[in-house]
Design a protein around this ligand. Structure first.
Ligand code: ADP
Ligand code: ASP
Ligand code: MG
Length: 469
């Protein structure tokens, strides 16, 4: 049995034309593969709109969520009308869209009355976009002669209770997926599953983090042991840099799982960072392809790409980060300082994006998202109050508004002198480096620079090391 998993991102279902292109791709591939399963994102921008409406309601604004509600209704109705005007599918589909938006409206109203919302309420709200788009795509495929049904992942992906960033409980999820999707796939149905969302064991809706539909595809793909996962998006594949920053970025034909994981972790939006883990264990090949240019080959991601020449492949950046430095001569030889520092960071729920090794035990230096700086510094100060009083630690300070620029490629490990080339490309442009860290897989090198040097740093590395290197 050959099985293919395909995921369509927000732009790939962002309009009637996009839905039509996605449906054509699904029908075409359904002739090539014995079993086909599809994951779909919300229409692009819809998740942002849903969240914005709820946030404004909590601030006591009534107009915004009302306006958003009617805008979302118009947008979904317009897509359905363009695609399914003469179909029997149209009326029931519009009724479902209206029902989801009515619920949204009512939820926003309660938030408006209460003046607050919980992460749990937010997940119920932000899951609505996928529920609508999955139904539209399934109806369209049926209208065009395919056998298809929309499925809410709340019955498939069972997660922990970490609302807004939930993790799947893989054993239960696998059982559910095999039980519910297995028979459908076997009788030739193409399930269109909502990306991004799941549910707790009690049935409360959760979400897997922003951009999480890629992760949904990987989770389901791994449970079903599919032969390949294809991620359809709005660019020709993974590129040497973010094409919005560097229009001359090029498509990378092949990447390893570890290279693409580093790229995703360090900010390349093209793939959700948690996507690789479920599929790497089974070595399922992953493709990134363009819905609007389906004949271009895309990027293939596998364990050990054969033509991985020694080159550096891509450069990416994470903005709005801060470097935290805990410094003091008295820290030397005091056991547990690093452990206590990182526990204090964790107690604030902040994630450490990168740790840099100082040459001595006189400082600890790490990088966190800028919006978590204040509570993190306070937590460390509280934890270290005696060390600060005794001057074992002199100070805890932060460098704010910084950017991590990360260079990715297995070539970093294999090619002598490549780091030198990277640093001198920055030196030539007069860009100051604040911190450096080598990724644990050795296929990445991260450099912290000031925000106003970020674009130049990316451009310099791209030109001097990737294109002309
Ligand atoms: P989707 O909705 O299909 O998941 P996303 O917007 O999440 O699409 O991701 C695709 C976008 O990622 C592209 O349009 C591009 O702007 C951005 N991007 C950032 N870095 C890269 C990169 N290195 N290669 C390709 N795209 C990138
Ligand atoms: N719709 C969700 C988001 O915008 C998930 C996704 O697009 O992958 O974050
Ligand atoms: Mg995405």
């Amino acid at each position: 049995m050959t099985t293919l998993m395909m995921k369509f991102g927000g732009t790939s279902v962002g309009s009637a034309q996009a839905f039509a292109a996605a449906s054509d791709i699904v029908l075409e591939q359904s002739r090539e593969w014995e079993r086909l399963i599809v994951v779909v994102s919300a229409m692009n921008g819809v998740t942002d709109n849903l969240i914005e409406g709820a946030q404004s309601a909590s601030r006591g604004e009534e107009q915004t969520y009302r306006a958003i509600n009617s805008k979302l209704r118009d947008r979904h109705h317009a897509a359905v009308d363009q695609l399914l005007l003469k179909s029997d599918e149209r009326e029931p589909l519009l009724a479902e869209v209206d029902r989801f938006l009515e619920d949204y409206y009512n939820l926003c109203r309660s938030i408006y009355v209460l003046g607050e919302f919980t992460p749990r309420a937010m997940d119920t709200i932000s899951s609505r976009g996928e529920r609508m788009s999955a139904r539209i795509l399934a109806a369209l495929i049926r209208y065009q002669g395919g056998q298809s049904t929309a499925i809410d992942a709340t019955s498939l992906i069972i997660t922990d209770k970490q609302f807004q960033n939930a993790a799947p409980l893989m054993d239960i999820t696998r059982d559910r997926v095999l039980e519910e999707l297995g028979p459908k796939l076997d009788d030739g149905t193409i399930p269109i599953v909502t990306g991004f969302i799941g549910a707790t064991e009690e049935g409360l809706t959760t979400t897997l983090g922003r951009g999480g539909s890629d992760y949904t595809a990987a989770i389901l793909g791994s449970c079903l042991k599919v032969d390949e996962v294809w991620i359809w998006t709005d660019v020709d594949g993974v590129m040497t840099a973010d094409p919005r920053i560097l229009p001359d970025a090029r498509v990378i034909p092949v990447l390893s799982y570890s290279e693409v994981s580093e790229l995703a972790f360090f900010g390349a939006k093209v793939l959700h960072p948690r996507t690789i883990r479920p599929i790497v264990e089974q070595g399922i090949p992953l493709w990134i392809k363009n819905t609007f240019n389906p004949t271009s080959p895309g990027t293939r991601i596998t364990l050990e790409p054969e033509n991985s020449n020694g080159k550096v492949k891509a450069v990416t950046a994470i903005e709005k980060i801060s470097v935290i430095m805990v410094e003091g001569r008295g820290m030397r030889g005091v056991p547990g300082i690093a452990g206590r520092t990182f526990s204090a960071v964790a107690s604030e729920g902040a994630s450490v994006i990168m740790i840099t090794q100082a040459s001595s035990e006189q400082s600890i230096c790490f990088v966190i998202p800028m919006d978590t700086v204040q509570p993190v510094i306070q937590a460390i100060e509280t934890e270290m109050k005696w060390e600060l009083a005794r001057r074992d630690i002199d100070r805890i300070r932060s460098l704010d508004d910084m950017v991590i620029v990360t260079v990715v490629g297995a070539g970093l490990r294999k090619t002598p002198g490549i780091s030198g080339q990277i640093f001198s490309s920055l030196g030539k442009a007069g860009i100051n480096i604040f911190a450096i860290a080598q990724g644990s897989s050795e296929s990445s090198l991260s450099i912290v620079v000031a925000a106003n040097d970020s674009k130049d740093a990316v451009r310099q590395i791209h030109r001097e090391v990737i294109i002309n290197g």
